[in-house]
Design a protein around this ligand. Structure first.
Ligand SMILES: [Zn+2]
Length: 229
């Protein structure tokens, strides 16, 4: 029988990105709506600000994600090129380097050398990518996919507070908006914690705290500037 435990951190990459996008969408849009509403403007102005915030935020997420995935991929590619060249010019020195790494991880010198030799005979570049550079796998980064999915998850998150701003009369908007946005955030935190196998209550409390802080700050800005104008 093969023993195989489930590791949830494998899927943490895309999950983290999706939760981050939705979380950003909820926090920034609800704070924006609360801030503008606190300055006592009309419902259509609040909605306009919310929609502008959604578009700006989604584009900013897409651009940020695209640039970050691209530069990460560039850096990995450059590292692999250096490693590839070094392997073709200095195979035995690279083997010693790898053996030394395994020795530092606890193998005795003889075994470390055997392991380095075997792994490099199998796939020298992969062995160095993993154990020398520290790349978990030679990644197939997709900047455009990452950009689109973060823009989408941000938009999904932002749609919730925007919907509240559309449905609730402006007089009560601040209270409903904060209440429901915090519920959305707590729910999102709980779902992501559950999917990631982390403590649910702690994760929910964490996102709710930061969301509440953002809302209090923008509400204060709205009140201060709303009075002065
Ligand atoms: Zn190396």
């Amino acid at each position: 029988m093969v023993h195989q435990e489930k590791h949830r951190s494998h899927r943490s990459g895309w999950l983290r990105a999706a939760v981050l996008g939705a979380n950003d969408g909820i926090v920034s849009t609800s704070s924006l709506i609360i801030g503008v509403a606190a300055a006592s403007v009309s419902q259509s102005e609040v909605l306009l600000a919310g929609i502008a915030g959604l578009v700006a935020g989604a584009m900013s997420m897409a651009a940020g994600e695209y640039v970050s995935v691209c530069s990460q991929a560039d850096a990995e590619k450059a590292d692999l090129e250096i490693e590839k060249r070094s392997l073709s010019e200095n195979y035995s020195a690279e083997k010693k380097e790898l053996a030394l790494i395994y020795q530092q991880r606890g193998l005795n010198p003889e075994l470390a050398h055997q392991v380095a030799e075997a792994l490099m005979a199998h796939d020298a570049l992969a062995a160095h990518a993993r154990d020398d550079i520290g790349l978990a796998e030679i990644s197939q980064a997709k900047p455009l996919t990452a950009a689109i999915s973060s823009a989408l998850t941000f938009t999904l998150g932002a749609a919730l507070p925007l919907l509240i701003a559309y449905l609730v009369p402006i007089a009560d908007l601040i209270y409903y908006e904060s209440f429901f946005s915090l519920i959305f955030l707590a729910f999102l935190g709980a779902v992501s914690a559950r999917a990631g196998g982390a403590p649910i209550l702690k994760a929910a409390a964490r996102v709710t705290f930061w969301g509440a802080l953002a809302m209090v700050l923008t509400a204060s800005v709205g009140f201060i500037f709303g009075i002065s104008t």
